[in-house]
Ligand binder design. Structure first.
Ligand SMILES: C[S@@+](CC[C@H](N)C(=O)[O-])C[C@H]1O[C@@H](n2cnc3c(N)ncnc32)[C@H](O)[C@@H]1O
Length: 466
C-alpha cells in the first residue's frame, strides 16, 4: 500500500477533529435531553399528586346511587362551566389580517368565506349540514383566536364611539374574557361538507365552534312582535267582531254578549286590570247602537259614537302595547305580569325600533359620533383593480399573467367591498386622532390596498396583488 500524501493526512486529521467536536455536541444534547425528561417526569408527578389531593364534592342526595363524577371528567368540567372546545372547522375568508376586516358583517356585503366541517368532529361532516340549506342566514359562533386572553378590560373604547369608554358587555368588542364572537352570516350554498358564506367579519383561520340557523321568529324581537300582533290581529279581529258586529239589515252595530266567553280569545281566562277597564267599557255598550253606515260591507267607514270610539281607541292602545298579545297568548295557569317597565333613560341614549319597547339599542350604534366616509379611487387604483380576474373565471391565454381573486366575483364586487370597509372608517381611534396623515394598508382577498384618509373621505391609492 502506498503511503498517504501530506494533503490526505491533513484532511483525515481535520475530519477526525470534526468528528470529535460532533461527539461532544451529541453528548451535550444527550445530557440536555435527559434533564428535560427528568423535569417533565417531575412535573407529571406533581400534577398527579395535585389531582389525587383534590377532594371530590359530596354527591347530591338524589345522586347517591351513581358515583360522583371525577373532577377531571369532561362532565364535571362542563358542570363547572369549562369545556375543551373543539372547532368544527376553520374559516377560509377574504380577510387575512384584522386590519381592514369589517367590524360587523353588515359593513361589507360581498365579504365571502368558506367553512369546511372537520372530519375529526363527525365521521360524515356533510350529514351534519343536512337541512341547513333551507335557511338564508346562519349564526356563526367563533373564537377571536388572534386576541390574547390577557388583553381584555371591563371598559373598552369602541372605534365608533371615538374614544369614549363603555362596559365591554355593552359592545361587540373582540377583546373579551372568553374571546367568543358571534356573527350573523348569509348562507350562500352548501357543497358537501363545506358551507359557503358571505357578509362575514372573521379573518382567515378563525376557529368556528358552532353554526346555528337564524330563525327570525326566535331571534328577532321585532319579528316576534309582528308575529305576536298577527296572532293578536286574529284576536283583535275577534275582539272587533265579537265586541262590535254589524247588523247588515238594520245598519246597526251590535256589541255581542258572548264576546267575553269566546274560548279562542283567551280574554276571559287571562284578565288584567287594564282588561277589566276594557271590559267595563265594553259592558257599558252591550246594547245596539244606531250609527250612520255608509257601506255595510267589510272595510266600511263608520262614524262611530263617542263611547264606542273610546272603546276602540282603548283596544288600539292595548294592541299597540302588545298587551292583548300577552293576554291571548298566555295559558290559563300563567300568571300575567304587567309589561316590564323599563328604567327611564334619556331618549338620546337609546333608540326604539319597530313598534317600540320590544327592542332597544344604544343610541350610538345608529348615530355614532363618527360619521361614515365617502370613498373614492384614484384613476390608477381603478385601473389596477380592473386587472383582477374573478375567482371562477377561466380567462384566455393573454390573461395568464393577470392577478386573480380567490373569493370575490370580480372588480365591481371588490370595489363594493373596499367601499364598505373604508366608509365605516376601519382606523383605530389612535390612528384616527394621532396619525391622520399616515397611509393605511389592508388586505382583501388577494389584493393589497393602500389608501389615505382626509376630512370625511378615504381615497384608495394603490391596488396590488398580494
Ligand atoms: C368587532 S368584532 C365583531 C365580531 C362579531 N360580529 C361579534 O359581534 O362578536 C369584528 C372584528 O374582530 C376582528 N377579528 C375577526 N376575526 C378575528 C379573529 N379570529 N381573532 C381576532 N380578531 C378577529 C376583526 O378586526 C374584525 O373587524
Amino acid at each position: 500500500m502506498s503511503p498517504l500524501c501530506d494533503s490526505c493526512v491533513e484532511n483525515i486529521n481535520n475530519l477526525n477533529q470534526q468528528v470529535s467536536v460532533m461527539r461532544k455536541e451529541i453528548k451535550n444534547l444527550r445530557e440536555m435531553l435527559a434533564s428535560a425528561i427528568r423535569a417533565h417526569r417531575k412535573h407529571m408527578t406533581s400534577i398527579q399528586s395535585a389531582v389525587s389531593n383534590i377532594k371530590l364534592c359530596e354527591p347530591d342526595e338524589d345522586q347517591t346511587t351513581s358515583p360522583p363524577p371525577s373532577l377531571t371528567s369532561p362532565q364535571a368540567a362542563l358542570e363547572q362551566g369549562s369545556i375543551q372546545t373543539v372547532p368544527i372547522g376553520y374559516i377560509s375568508s377574504c380577510f387575512s389580517v384584522k386590519n381592514g376586516t369589517p367590524r360587523q358583517p353588515t359593513v361589507c356585503g360581498p365579504s365571502r368565506a368558506e367553512l369546511r366541517i372537520q372530519q375529526s368532529v363527525f365521521n360524515n361532516p356533510e350529514h351534519a349540514l343536512v337541512g341547513l340549506e333551507q335557511y338564508s342566514h346562519v349564526w356563526i359562533i367563533f373564537l377571536f383566536h388572534k386576541n390574547g386572553h390577557l388583553s381584555y378590560k371591563a371598559k373598552v373604547k369602541p372605534p365608533r364611539l371615538n374614544g369614549q369608554r363603555v362596559g365591554v358587555y355593552s359592545t361587540r368588542s373582540p377583546h373579551r374574557p372568553n374571546v367568543l364572537g358571534l356573527t350573523l352570516a348569509k348562507l350562500d350554498k352548501i357543497v358537501g361538507d363545506t358551507v359557503h358564506l358571505s357578509d362575514i367579519d372573521m379573518i382567515a383561520g378563525t376557529p368556528v365552534l358552532d353554526i346555528k340557523p337564524y330563525i327570525p321568529e326566535y331571534d328577532s324581537p321585532q319579528t316576534r312582535m309582528v308575529l305576536d300582533s298577527e296572532s293578536c290581529d286574529s284576536n283583535k279581529d275577534q275582539l272587533h267582531s265579537t265586541a262590535v258586529s254589524l247588523n247588515e239589515t238594520t245598519g246597526k252595530l251590535k256589541l255581542d254578549e258572548d264576546s267575553e266567553t269566546d274560548p279562542q280569545s283567551g280574554l276571559k281566562t287571562a284578565r288584567t286590570d287594564k282588561e277589566d277597564d276594557l271590559g267595563t267599557l265594553l259592558s257599558r255598550e252591550k246594547s245596539e247602537v244606531d250609527v250612520p253606515v255608509s257601506d255595510s260591507r267589510v272595510g266600511a267607514q263608520f262614524a262611530l259614537p263617542k263611547v264606542l270610539q273610546s272603546v276602540l281607541e282603548e283596544v288600539k292602545t292595548f294592541v299597540t302595547q302588545g298587551e292583548v298579545c300577552q293576554l291571548s297568548c298566555a295559558s290559563e295557569d300563567q300568571v300575567l305580569e304587567s309589561p316590564k317597565t323599563k328604567p327611564q333613560e334619556s331618549t338620546s341614549d337609546r333608540l326604539c325600533y319597530g313598534e317600540e319597547a320590544y327592542s332597544t339599542i344604544a343610541g350610538w350604534i345608529r348615530e355614532p359620533p363618527v360619521g361614515s366616509l365617502d370613498v373614492r379611487f384614484t384613476p390608477n387604483a381603478e385601473r389596477e383593480l380592473a386587472e383582477f380576474l374573478p375567482a371562477h373565471l377561466s380567462g384566455g391565454p393573454s390573461d395568464s399573467n393577470r392577478p386573480r381573486f380567490k373569493f370575490l366575483q370580480g372588480p365591481e364586487e371588490a370595489a363594493a367591498a373596499i367601499r364598505g370597509v373604508l366608509s365605516a372608517d376601519p382606523r383605530s381611534v389612535y390612528r384616527r386622532t394621532r396619525c391622520r396623515d399616515r397611509l393605511f394598508y389592508f388586505t382583501l382577498d388577494t389584493v393589497d390596498i393602500t389608501c389615505w384618509f382626509g376630512r370625511g373621505f378615504a381615497e384608495v391609492l394603490q391596488v396590488r396583488p398580494c
